[in-house]
Design a protein around this ligand. Structure first.
Ligand code: NAD
Length: 245
């Protein structure tokens, strides 16, 4: 389905990003993986996922620019960007430090902006067409305890996605945000180890189970595919029915 296409997936050393990279590759795309965790990233390559691995911090413009330049130099083009890298520094509103606030905004929101802008400039310059998919969160739309910084950054991702989609549609570029619910990854490991939290989730999630990274990856692969060419500007939940809007 994605033969001949070149994809870049950020935060792909583990979790959802790794699953997305594996899925896009299985669909035929040439996939470049990125993360700040160098050893883990090369471990993913060693598993056969990814044709190149680039260590870069998505919150730093020069590093994102160099990463996109390297993809284009090495593989000739960039067709699909998945802005997946994310962090969740937890604290209550009363206790949040500037560092925790700024980190969430820098990686989740600024990283999404930088990737989108730099990839879109390339896509427009080479004649248009492309897919940009943000991994946002249902936290953009709903309550998540001790995560005001994370919720704000992800709500920003959804707003940015809507506007970027409107501006980039004329170039044949779609921009959508996928909003996962509770997915079994490192990010939710501590909460999943808490029986009271698991009980709460089982009450709140109509599907009565947590989600898997490969389910998110399948959704991303659909949005990256030619079948999804008329879907843009959307923030779409994949959460077992937890948030009904
Ligand atoms: N797990 C969930 O329940 C869940 C729910 C909703 C949204 N999400 C979102 O999905 C995405 C992936 O999360 P995950 O659950 O796989 O978490 P994870 O912590 O397992 O993976 C996130 C990856 O991003 C990388 N990363 C962090 N900062 C980076 C930076 N500055 N530059 C490059 N890479 C960086 C990390 O090293 C890590 O490998 C995140 O954006 C997260 O907010 C996750």
């Amino acid at each position: 389905m994605l033969q001949g296409q070149v994809a870049l997936v950020t935060g792909a050393a583990r979790g959802i990003g790794k699953a997305v990279a594996a899925r896009l590759q299985a669909e035929g795309a040439t996939v470049v993986i990125n993360d700040v965790l160098e050893a883990e990233l090369h471990g993913v390559m060693a598993e056969g996922i990814g044709s190149d691995a680039i260590v870069a911090d998505v919150s730093v413009r020069a590093e994102v620019q160099a990463m996109v330049d390297r993809v284009v130099e090495r593989f000739g083009r960039l067709d699909i960007l998945v802005n997946n890298a994310g962090v969740e520094p937890k604290a209550s509103v009363l206790e949040l430090t500037d560092e925790q606030w700024n980190r969430a905004v820098a990686v989740n929101l600024n990283g999404t902006f930088l990737g989108t802008q730099i990839a879109a400039r390339h896509m427009v310059a080479r004649g248009g067409g492309g897919r940009i998919i943000q991994i946002s969160s249902i936290a953009a739309k709903n309550f998540l305890p001790n995560c005001a910084n994370y919720c704000a950054s992800k709500a920003g991702v959804n707003g940015f996605t809507r506007e970027a989609a409107r501006e980039l549609a004329q170039y044949g570029i779609t921009v959508n945000a996928v909003c996962p619910g509770v997915i079994e990854t490192e990010m939710t490991a501590a909460a999943r180890a808490n029986p009271a939290m698991m009980e709460k989730w089982m009450r709140e999630i109509p599907a009565k189970r947590l989600g898997q990274s490969d389910e998110v990856a399948a959704f991303v692969a659909f949005l990256a595919s030619p079948a999804a060419g008329y879907i843009t500007g959307q923030s779409l939940n994949i959460d077992g029915g937890k948030v009904p809007w």
